[in-house]
Ligand binder design. Structure first.
Ligand code: ATP
Length: 353
């Protein structure tokens, strides 16, 4: 099985290097037969090849079973016509990665604002307000005059149905509780369609408890009683915002993992950005990307009926939790003493030990 590793920008090379150490240790210990190939993508690729994503790397992506992608600093990318391909939307569009799965869980011993948080946000990933990926051709955002900017928010029954299926299946493996988040009091047609479609899908899952909240109420409830939620399904932008809130409640943005999954492929991607303010200092917390890699292994295990990959995924998460439980064994953002590479080494040792 082939995994492609793309370091990305900012802290990307540091946190992917720590993550690769851990996955290598799993590969060895569980005899997984994974081939990890590292390739260049992002600003370093642009400097070398004039594009952030070469055709060669695009072909490698298509041949891989999964990708570990470091964060990207797309805000400072050159224009697309000058080689600045924005990687996240490229992946989401070209691999049709419709489900962005973002768990937030309080970790043993790690200080956090919400001690009982243990939820997963299933965010629709291909449409909504995301102008750069929601259209077949052209952008969903445009300016009819220099003083007017418009954006089209796209919601379809098909995309709502498939994220609903992912969310319901996930909820059935957890506490069997699904919360639909929407703004259908205002966006009566579009969020009405999303809500009705998700309800219809959820009705097919026996024993699944379903409730729903308007997004602003949900933001307040996440702070007031985070432990009340299990799987939360929502549209693209609401999911983006709520998952950062949930990650922060669970101990910080450096802890928030995610996978972007389609029918045949998935990519592991931390929920945080490239953190240019701390890049190159070997101080970033690699936990989010490492946990994302664990999610990718679990996803691959499920897809390919391979319990060894699922066991490896669990081992990685347990090793990270054990490492985080030691106050001195954390990275500096969590008040610990370790740098990025030492943290990666320590987790790899726990896997091998
Ligand atoms: P994006 O819009 O691409 O998600 P952003 O501008 O919202 O990015 P981040 O790059 O995620 O922001 O950084 C926000 C803050 O969190 C910064 O101060 C950064 O240093 C910090 N941060 C982000 N990721 C980590 C990490 N893995 N370890 C430590 N600090 C981090």
């Amino acid at each position: 099985m082939k995994l492609l590793v793309l370091a990305g920008d900012g802290i990307g090379p540091e946190i992917t290097s720590a993550t690769v150490k851990a996955v290598d240790a799993l590969n060895h210990r569980f005899n997984l037969g994974l081939t990890l190939t590292e390739a260049d993508a992002g600003l370093s690729s642009h400097a070398r090849h004039g594009t952030t994503l070469t055709e060669d790397v695009q072909a490698q992506v298509m041949e891989s079973d999964g990708v570990i992608l470091g964060p990207t600093d797309s805000l400072i990318y050159p224009a697309p016509e000058d080689g600045g391909i924005n990687l996240s939307p490229w992946f989401r569009k070209n691999l049709d990665l419709y489900a962005n799965i973002r768990p937030s869980r309080a970790r043993p011993g790690v200080p956090c604002l919400a001690k009982d948080i243990d939820l997963v946000i299933a965010r629709e990933n291909t449409e909504g307000f995301y102008a750069d990926r929601s259209m077949y051709m052209g952008s969903g955002e445009f300016m009819p005059t220099e003083d007017m900017a418009l954006v089209v928010r796209k919601i379809t029954r098909d995309a709502s149905r498939r994220i609903a299926e992912s969310a319901c299946q996930l909820a059935m493996t957890r506490r069997k509780k699904l919360t639909i988040v929407h703004k259908r009091n205002v966006l009566k047609l579009s969020d009405g369609l999303f809500y009705d479609t998700v309800r219809e899908v959820a009705d097919g899952y026996e024993g699944l408890e379903v409730d729903d909240f308007i997004v602003d109420a949900m933001a307040a409830l996440l702070v007031r009683k985070p432990g009340a939620f299990d799987v939360v399904v929502t549209t693209n932008m609401f999911g983006d915002i709520l998952s950062d809130l949930a990650a922060e409640l669970s101990g910080g943005i450096g802890l928030g993992p995610s996978i972007n999954a389609g029918r045949d492929r998935a990519i592991a991607q931390a929920a945080h950005g490239a953190a240019p303010d701390i890049a190159g200092q070997n101080s970033a917390n690699p936990t989010a990307l490492m946990l994302s890699a664990s999610m990718l292994l679990a996803w691959l295990g499920d897809r390919h009926n391979r319990t060894d990959l699922e066991d490896a995924a669990r081992r990685l998460e347990e090793a990270i939790d054990a490492q985080l439980d030691d106050p001195a064994g954390r990275t500096v953002d969590l008040g610990g003493k370790l740098n990025t590479s030492d943290f990666g080494d320590a987790v790899a040792r726990r896997i091998s030990g």
